[in-house]
Design a protein around this ligand. Structure first.
Ligand code: SF4
Ligand code: SF4
Length: 177
């Protein structure tokens, strides 16, 4: 008997090459559904912070469970992660964007983000535990004192331009609107 091959799902084909909704590029944190969920994740070593609202708390990003581009606690991931679908994934699901096109968009986003990260490091701000936007803001803050230096100033504007482009791309491709 021929057993048909399982059709790879979009998580296999796209998310495992992306990880942008877990690594601090799209979000600084995600809301958890309950205190129980927060406690379970905290026991697993994930960074949780209290929510101002009466929710379950916030799972901070970059998420510590992300190993390379895969969730290392996939069967135990919280509800927000189970239900989240970025705009790109929704478009592929609806057939508006092909899988190949989505892979190209993801590769382009990763490339632009990597470029912004390189520029951040060149401004001597390498706290990789911060979400991308905060890392960028910290690098610009840190270097502001040296902005009279033409070379530093050039790097600062390069970073600002790169980061604006990344933000537009993220908004357009992954968040929508
Ligand atoms: S941003 Fe979209 S494609 Fe990327 S990992 Fe998240 S859901 Fe998957
Ligand atoms: S728990 Fe897993 S799916 Fe959720 S943010 Fe962390 S790495 Fe991503």
């Amino acid at each position: 008997m021929i057993i048909p091959k399982r059709k790879p799902n979009l998580t296999d084909t796209l998310c495992t090459r992306c990880g942008l909704c877990c690594n601090g590029s799209l979000f600084a944190d995600v809301e958890l559904a309950s205190q129980d969920e927060a406690s379970t994740l905290e026991i697993m070593g994930l960074e949780i912070e209290d929510d101002d609202e009466e929710g379950g708390g916030l799972l901070m990003q970059p998420c510590r469970a992300l190993k390379r581009k895969r969730c290392s606690i996939y069967p135990h991931r919280p509800d927000c992660c189970r239900t989240f679908e970025c705009r790109l994934l929704q478009q592929v699901n609806r057939g508006v964007v092909s899988v190949d096109q989505a892979q190209t968009k993801i590769a382009q986003a990763l490339e632009e983000i990597e470029r912004a990260q390189e520029l951040i490091v060149r401004l001597e701000q390498s706290n990789e535990r911060l979400p991308l936007k905060e890392r960028c803001a910290a690098a610009l803050d840190h270097s502001e004192n040296f902005a009279a230096d033409a070379e530093i100033n050039r790097k600062r504007s390069e970073l600002q331009t790169a980061m604006s482009s990344v933000e537009r791309l993220i908004q357009r491709t992954f968040l929508g609107g």
